[in-house]
Design a binder for this molecule. Structure first.
Ligand SMILES: [Zn+2]
Length: 122
């Protein structure tokens, strides 16, 4: 299991990292929610299209549906990451229990594994 911070200095360092991760996650959550609102708006305009065979509107409609699915899935991942941050397990690798590297979390804010476990494909 991940070692808990022992000294005050370590505790401060952890809370500083957590604040940074939280900000990073919240920023992307906001972006995804904006994207979702936009795609919902486009999907709500469906009634204006004839949706006949070969209508390019169908293609657009399907693209928007796919986009909505992607955004919803991403939002779930981001919210799950936020929940791990709240529980204090955000930096903890779900495989080996070790600490996930800071630069890895900056690059992949919803990752649940450290780079070594990811490399081993576990
Ligand atoms: Zn690991």
């Amino acid at each position: 299991m991940m070692a808990h911070p022992r000294t005050e200095k370590e505790k401060v360092a952890v809370s500083e990292r957590e604040a940074k991760y939280r900000q990073r996650l919240q920023k992307e959550i906001d972006e995804v929610q904006r994207g979702l609102a936009e795609v919902e708006e486009r999907l709500a305009e469906k009634g204006d299209y004839s949706l006949g065979e070969g209508d390019p509107a169908i293609y657009l409609w399907e693209m928007n549906l796919a986009r909505r699915e992607r955004l919803r899935a991403r939002l779930e991942e981001l919210q799950a990451a936020m929940a791990r941050l709240d529980r204090g397990t955000y930096e903890q690798c779900s495989v080996c229990g070790g600490r996930i590297e800071e630069d890895r979390l900056e690059l992949l804010p919803t990752t649940r594994t450290c780079s070594e476990c990811a490399r081993k494909g576990r």
